[in-house]
Design a protein around this ligand. Structure first.
Ligand code: GLU
Length: 390
């Protein structure tokens, strides 16, 4: 089969591939525990489901405007007003099929062939491949576990070239869970904006932060420099709505129009009744989000206690999201010399699915998602600990 050359450098999504593998083993009757995919374990809150059901009953089942129904675009603006004191107008908002489509559309709309995008590593699996698909060049900027995997202005400056067009920020981070402080974020924003580097801030985990980490957004930077910043978020992680595919973006109205043009020629609108559910989520009570946040914080503490007791393993204490990203390279040996082979061994011997750090641009580490019950988490970590000791 002849496949386009533009796919030659693109990898399948590792997170989704490993999740599929774990499901396959489960279907064969193997008691595999998956700590692989980043997905909340709770159901979508009842009032959100009810709003979508009502929309179906009301036959709200036709095409909607491509960038989203007006009330949802306004609800997105309202979300930023409620939590961050800046309310972007409707024309500065688009709703897409998950944060993933927002990002894909953004890269496509922003990049000319060969333009570079700085991506602090470890990074979420899909950023580099999306940049490649959009004709750009991803440039990984490595970080260290000792620095909580946070990138410095100095490292960014070193990686900057005349072809640098954009920078991707992701705080709290997938895969590390680490968060920038306000001062660190502001320093990076000032650097980028001052050099005309466009910042794409992926804030999909903004609601899932554990003190002293703070809930932060760069939306006030967007307000001051609308041509240089785009803020990306969605409902998947905060409202346990991964399957609904609701992502959104705040950007300059011209960029929103460009994203809308791409979306109009590819997927059209996001599912009509899912949008109604999203309105209910964004305009309703966030008590359910707070409950989930507290549950994740408890599991973060449980998991950290165990992982930090593993000899030779280095793991920063993450301030957000639901991942641990320990550096396990001290446990590599001749049979398992890298993260992929160690993950394979853990899957075979401990029956626990993890994602190798290589998928996130750091082969020293493994990603654990702790979005599972306390009991499952403890069982999985005990089994992984045994393999690492062995
Ligand atoms: N973002 C989640 C993860 O990293 C979901 C899977 C994906 O879309 O890659 O596991």
């Amino acid at each position: 089969m002849r496949i386009s050359l533009k796919l030659s450098r693109i990898q399948p999504s590792a997170t989704l591939a490993i999740n599929a593998k774990a499901q396959e083993l489960k279907a064969q009757g193997k008691p595999v525990i998956s700590l692989a995919v980043g997905e909340p374990d709770s159901p979508t809150p009842e009032h959100v489901k009810q709003a979508a059901r009502q929309a179906l009953d009301d036959n709200f089942t036709r095409y909607t405007p491509v960038p989203g129904i007006p009330e949802l675009r306004d609800a997105v603006g309202g979300y930023f007003g409620r939590f961050y004191g800046v309310t972007p107008p409707r024309e500065a908002v688009i709703v897409s099929n998950g944060g993933k489509q927002v990002l894909y559309n953004l890269f496509t709309a922003l990049l000319n062939p060969g333009e570079q995008v700085l991506i602090p590593a470890p990074y979420w699996v899909s950023y580099p491949d999306m940049v490649l698909l959009a004709g750009g060049e991803p440039v990984a900027v490595p970080t260290e576990p000792e620095d909580d995997f946070l990138v410095s202005v100095e490292a960014l400056e070193k990686a900057r070239t005349p072809l640098t067009r954009a920078l991707v920020l992701n705080s709290p981070s997938n895969p590390t869970g680490c968060c920038y402080s306000k001062a660190q974020l502001d320093a990076i924003m000032e650097w980028a904006v001052g050099r005309g580097i466009f910042v794409i801030s992926d804030e999909i985990y903004d609601q899932l932060v554990y003190p002293p980490a703070e809930r932060l957004s760069v939306v006030h930077w967007w307000e001051r420099h609308p041509e240089k910043v785009a803020v990306v978020n969605g409902l998947a992680k905060s409202f346990a709505m991964t399957g609904w595919r609701i992502g959104y973006c705040v950007a300059h109205p011209d960029l929103i129009k460009a994203q809308s043009k791409i979306q109009g020629q590819s997927t059209s609108n996001v599912c009509s009744f899912a949008q109604k559910g999203a309105v209910a989520a964004l305009t309703g009570s966030f008590d359910c989000v707070e409950q989930m946040r507290q549950g994740f914080e408890r599991r973060r503490n449980l998991a950290m206690e165990i992982v930090s007791s593993w000899e030779g393993v280095k793991c920063p204490n993450p301030g957000g999201a639901f991942y641990l990203f320990p550096d396990v390279s001290a446990r590599f040996n001749a049979q398992t010399p890298d993260s992929a082979s160690l993950c394979k061994r853990i899957l075979e011997e401990a029956l626990v699915a993890l994602v190798p750090g290589s998928a996130f641009g750091d082969d020293r580490c493994l990603r654990f998602s702790y979005a599972v019950s306390d009991e499952t988490l403890l069982k999985a970590l005990e089994a992984v600990g045994k393999v690492l000791k062995g």
